[in-house]
Write a protein that binds this ligand. Sequence first.
Ligand code: IVH
Length: 675
Amino acid sequence: MERNLELKEKYSKQQMDQLIADLNRYSYEYYVLDSPTVTDSEYDQLYRLLQTIEKEHPQWIRPDSPTQRVGDTLLSGFAKVQHEKPMLSLENAFNEEELMEFDRRIRSLTSRPIQYHVELKIDGLAVSLKYEEGQFVQAATRGDGTIGEDITANVKTIQAIPLRLQKPQSIEVRGEIYMPKASFKLLNEMQEEKGQNIFANPRNAAAGTLRNLDPKVTAARKLNVFLYASPTLDEQDFSQYELLSELKKLGFRINPERAVYDTMAEVLKYIEKYTAKRHELPYEIDGIVIKVNDSKAQEEIGYTVKAPRWAIAYKFPAEVAKTRIVQVEWTVGRTGVVTPTAVMEPVFLAGSTVARASLHNVDLMKARDIRIGDYVYIHKAGDIIPEVIRVDLEDRSIHSRPYTFPVACPVCGSELVHMEDEVALRCVNPNCPAQLRERMIHFASRDAMNIDTLGESRVNQLYKANLVKGITDLYHLKQHDLMTLDRMGEKSSEKLLEAIEASKHNSLERLLFGLGIRHVGASTAKLLAAEFKTMDRIAAATVEDIMTIEGIGAIIAESIVAFFQMQETKQLLHELKQVHVNMTMIDRFSDLHEHQADSPFHELTVVLTGKLEHFTRKELKARLEALGAKVTGSVSSQTDLVIAGAKAGNKLDKAQELGVEIWNEEQALQHLPKE
Ligand code: IVH
């Protein structure tokens, strides 16, 4: 932050350029190298500063600014793009024999010594990225290999893709865009919760996400990328190993699990290793790609029309197990969607024993005609979520009857509704205890109010013992009540009460997220808190007010406004205020100043006046607040300090009149911490 103070202009273009360079480096360290050097809150603070500068000087906005990743406008479609060189595909091998055959063929096509470069086959979508003089200009899908689609706006939202390279080079690179297993799981859980269709696997989810017409949706779904080829660098005789190292040097994310071997026997060992290890990786792989490493040898071996002859994809066998459905359980989620789960005879599948599988929703169950007692084939979607693929009809008992779907909520008994535009059944009773319970679990969860030890099982216990109904009841819990619960002694009950008490002092964004407003995830909650600062202001905001925030569109804004209009919300906020739950944004920038109390500004009431040279008032205000000062608009007997710039008028007069301490900007600067 020192740069802000040293520059003589209030915001120079260079200052902003430096800020962009820093933010892009932090992103690179976080997303590409996986080793961040700044905290999230420091990043957020600098990002907001950049937004402020860009708002003041829109003519300075650069295409590689991190604020340019997510566009505001909806896309109308995807233009066609002709690839300069065709995007080839790979020949497949399904077993050792086919790999040995590949090895023989390779060695017969060249007399050069052969080394194999082995890589993971990422299960996503091939993409081509183009850079002109180091600047990212276009992303395209593979399409039919000759003509693809322009997906630049959506690809830009992927943080691991550099908007500017380390060198001003013109280059095309190719790789795989994929959805990490964790994002896939979260996305399907959210789809289920919304009563919407689920995605079959991360590849489909990534494809749907890249073809979404709203880049904001793409940004929210957290795709990632590994680059593995470059038609431009191919002209420079790099081996595959060197090529990937070169891509890495340029700032691209490459997969680290690669190796070079002299023999197919070693390649087979690598395959064996990753066949076992694949389930532990955070992304799905569907095989191993084996490439001849040396570029001269590649040229000699050559290409077919569809694929290089010098490479092959070993595909893992599909992992499927057969078992029997013994029961179907229905659970009610936070928003009332009722989800069926198959309880099955336990079976080993893709690295673990599986006894339950989501059946997702009533429509899917009907389409697959799933019945209790059926033998079914299951697999793991995205390598993690056990799923029923199909029923083995030959093994179906002649006594089998179609499944009878529930008509009443399994928890509160109210009638279930099948909404027109949804695939799920829904319990629409807002006071259904199951929904209240799920909301409490969400409220207490780590990214929300972060109430330590109040997880799913504790919340269940509290409900069973009738100690709570709604969220506010948490703040009225008494130790003697808690101690009547199983596994709850003096120490653990004290700990829980302390954690509940501590949650009252959380910053606004945690509470906002914890309320479980539809479409408001942790990051939207952060944006709202940063913009409005207090719950009351958010509650009073209009759809238009909310939509002025970059990153929040109409659907989210409408959902927020509707939430705050509900009587239940008003009541809940009123109750939470009464028990003193904090409803203001606590600036996380203050995290950075561990020695805040040492600052002369700590707990001072400060007024800024006149024209400042080194800052805008807004910026200085933010800095002072981060140091624990309260910055107000008018001078009174409560004012401790006035910082006066050039041409200060009435406020300066008043300060002199009241005998309030007055500093000029230089004095203030000297007291701001240098980092
Ligand atoms: S090389 C000319 N390397 O697999 C070489 N492809 O089945 C073309 N894929 O279309 C591809 N991981 O989408 C290569 N490490 C990797 C890969 C990979 C995934 C995909 C790619 C390709 C498909 C072929």
